[in-house]
Design a protein around this ligand. Structure first.
Ligand SMILES: [Zn+2]
Length: 80
């Protein structure tokens, strides 16, 4: 294994903090959509300062690197 391969580690969305540029607070993971190439995680502000529809953040993670989804592929599925 070369150094380059070693750097290709997986991404666990739980290790990433998403901060809102508007209200300066951390956004909460509110949704997950599994794609063919990329999984999309949706983050929203949970306060009265921001309208979620205006400040919502979508984080795309390549499926191959998405450790969180691979560990728990059924997460959020089936819930409304
Ligand atoms: Zn905000």
């Amino acid at each position: 294994m070369g150094a380059e391969e070693y750097l290709m580690q997986t991404i666990n969305i739980r290790n990433i903090s998403i901060k809102c540029g508007h209200c300066q607070t951390y956004q909460t993971l509110s949704g997950f959509e599994q794609g063919d190439e990329r999984n999309i995680y949706t983050y929203e502000c949970e306060n009265d300062s921001c309208d979620p529809s205006m400040t919502r953040t979508l984080v795309e993670v390549p499926v191959d690197l998405d450790e969180f989804a691979q560990r728990d592929p059924q997460w959020r599925h089936g819930s409304s």
